[in-house]
Write a protein that binds this ligand. Structure first.
Ligand SMILES: [Zn+2]
Length: 194
């Protein structure tokens, strides 16, 4: 499996390691300035199609990921039922073989986070399917990119390139909590919790 991030004009290759997915987005693509236009209300839209994962489960998981970032910064995220005008669109789509399990396209207008519908996504930390990727963990990472955050070096961090490491049973280890090193760049850009 591979992982790829497409941001603006940057198409980035991907690699797979024995430990799992490795995001190869280059930090140079993330500007120092804020990407979010209105931190008081960042609207996200969930495409209702493209996957067999029930909508209410996706809504719960993605909302939880947005809430995690919201608790760490002054950004307020709100779900919208109108795709047009949404700041961030999350969708499932079948992508070509050997290319991405998840992608992101960047602002200035609308960020689209695409999750490969052909991937095995884990929607629960309890007893996840073999060789699955934890949906909340990947969503948390991609939302970080969507608000303009780069990678950091500590593998324990959500914003580390290693998205999901597998344990000896082949199951994913989730990364669903932000650490100070994850949140510091966001706080610098947008301010702390408010
Ligand atoms: Zn990344």
């Amino acid at each position: 499996m591979s992982y790829l991030v497409f941001l603006g004009f940057f198409l980035l290759a991907s690699i797979t390691t024995l430990s799992g997915q490795r995001c190869i987005a280059r930090n140079i693509i993330f500007p120092a300035t804020a990407r979010v236009r209105n931190v008081g209300r960042v609207k996200f839209y969930l495409d209702p199609t493209g996957t067999t994962i029930p909508f209410y489960i996706r809504k719960r998981i993605f909302t939880k990921a947005f809430d995690t970032w919201e608790r760490a910064t002054c950004i307020n995220f709100a779900i919208t039922s109108v795709k047009r005008g949404a700041d961030i669109v999350l969708q499932f789509s079948r992508v070509a073989r050997n290319i991405p399990v998840a992608t992101a396209t960047a602002p200035p207008t609308q960020v689209t986070l695409t999750f490969d519908s052909g991937e095995i996504w884990s929607t629960t930390p309890n007893n996840p399917p073999q060789n699955s990727l934890d949906l909340e963990s990947v969503a948390l990472h991609l939302i970080g990119h969507a608000i303009g955050l780069p990678h950091i070096s500590n593998t324990l961090n959500v914003m580390n390139r290693n998205l999901v490491k597998r344990n000896t049973q082949g199951n994913p280890i989730t990364k669903t909590s932000l650490r100070t090193a994850d949140t510091n760049p966001a706080v610098t850009k947008y301010g702390g919790p408010c």
